[in-house]
Design a protein. Sequence first.
Lengths: 395, 304
Amino acid sequence: MKARRPSAFLCATALVAAGALPAAADDIVIGFAVAQSGFMQAYDEPATQAALIRIDEINAGGGLLGRQLRPVFADTSSDRAEGARAGLEVIEAGADLVVVSCDYDFGAPAALMAESNGKISFFLCAESVRAGIQGVGPHSFSASVLAPVQGATMVEWGHEVMGWNTYYVLLDTWTEYNRGICEGFDYKAPLIEGGEVVGRDTFVNDDASIAAQITRIRNLAEPPDAIMLCSMMPGVVSAIRQIRNAGIEVPILNGSGVDGSYWMDAVPGLSEFYIPVQGSIYGDDPDPAVEEFNQRFAERFGVRPSSQYAYPGYVMIDVWAKAVERAGSTDAAAVVAELEKMEGEPTLFGPRTFTSELHHQNQARYHIVKVDNGTPGVIDSWTISEPIPLDALVR
Amino acid sequence: MTATLQILFDALSLGSLYALGALGIALIFGVMRLVNFAHGDYIAFSVFVLLWPTTEAVSILLLGQLPPILLIPVVIAIGALLSMASEVTVFRRLREANPATMMIASFALGFVIKHALLMAYSSRPKSISILPGLAQQVEVMGARIPLLQVVTILATIVILLALTAFLKRTRFGLEMRAAAQDFTMARMLGVKANRVILLAFAISGALAGAIGLVVVVQTGTADINMGLSVMLVAFIATVIGGLGSLYGAVVAGFLIGGASVLMQVILPLEARPFRDAFVYALVIAVLIWRPQGLFAPRSSRQRV
């Protein structure tokens, strides 16, 4: 049996617990109330690791406001009830920034705890509008990009660059994330000239078979230019596999949730599959600094990022630290005010904007990854022409 | 006509999966009045042994490298062995306990198996492509059907025929049917309880392994929760079929699979996300009409 690589942040926790790290009283504490065990661990770990890389960079550069950043950890055990306790634990340890789980439902308890203590919280990579002001409160942010932006990006890019006009929409009703992708698509599709949805269907992530849905696609008089699939792991792999096995070869689009080549063994020779990503893990990012980051990540943690969902962790520390620097203090109100002034703030993974209405990205630069014969690679970059308005996001 | 045939195949193949699951649960219920909620985790376990245990995202084949002729029996045998092991280590010790205690124990056992998989493989789904030959399409009377569907349906028919022959024609089968009818009386008449129960667990586990194979070829994915939905539907099928009736469980499995596909086809788009609600409304209607299930065995009627 292959030994499990010691997780970096578990090691860090052990070190902090043992008092081995030099913990000075004037350190700025960043509290990670994230899953270090259980279901969410596999999703929280990469973004946490990326955050640690940015923390190290800042410390190596002399720290923030002349003080060192010190991460502390509390395990949510992938349990929502434990999440609030973990949030409280890092706040009691002096955290000025509370980092919470990737998913809104799992991260919200700790974020609400931070909110009620007047602390800033950042979701590692939640893509629901609720991960922020709308669901938690005025001190809460998300480090990723809204799911609807992903659906909107795919349809606008598909039309403008590839000339696709007719779409078939297949929605996996399992999560808000999936619905979000399709909502973004549905917002954008009517705005493109000649855009037409020729059919729609739904399935559920754990459906043992989507044969009936596939039969419906095959019975279309003419195949669509592309299938907009709004789904996520693990069911999305099954859906793609069944669609391709049924001999349907039209382009398939999805959100970023399918990024990574680790699942592609399930669909040998997959082609004509397109997704948006914040940065490329495949070694071909247009910005060489992203590939440098991937290599640093691999050196430190033994593996390259397995998907783009490591990157928001890096962005999170980056924008927060800039806001602290500009505010000249870690005071929550002052830092939030600075964050809300950011408009197109450059980061390693594209510009970021926060406003007093939305602590999330409703427009973002995405790289378009195409999978061709089982090999993914960046083929283009796209930013939707207009941000998705708030009333289309909050329903 | 072609469309109807396509729907029929979709329904039969999904129904086959549910029927095999229901059969696995009904077999155990028949001999020891245990609803084994760990059954879904047997399905996941049989699939995960195809992979090396690693928490990294990329999966590496372990048993999945075997040629199909070995792969299929090995996976089925592993399902059977796990199921037998759980009988010997857990359920045998609870033989005298009341059914609720055993049911809770089965939940606990499922939890242990699931978390063992979580520790060894992480919660991230793993990709796996085995038996690629089954991915191709075949033409049946004008309809293009995935070969896997045909194989699933045929395999289910063969399994059902073989099991029927086993139950009707062999001494073990006779003992098992006797035990399902009236366990105390069967023991008094010389049926060895441990042997019959162990055999039921072995067959049930083997069926879980077979389901695991079908699901993994279908989805290309191993996920720690992959057995859950099949197990749930299978459990409902055993209830509708009449708890304790093997025949009823199989028929109800096919009925639920058929209803599910039919709902997907006939419901308007707005109602389709609630497909399962419609299917379960039918289940409730059936249970109101026949509270003991469609084919309740005589033994269960007497007890109520």
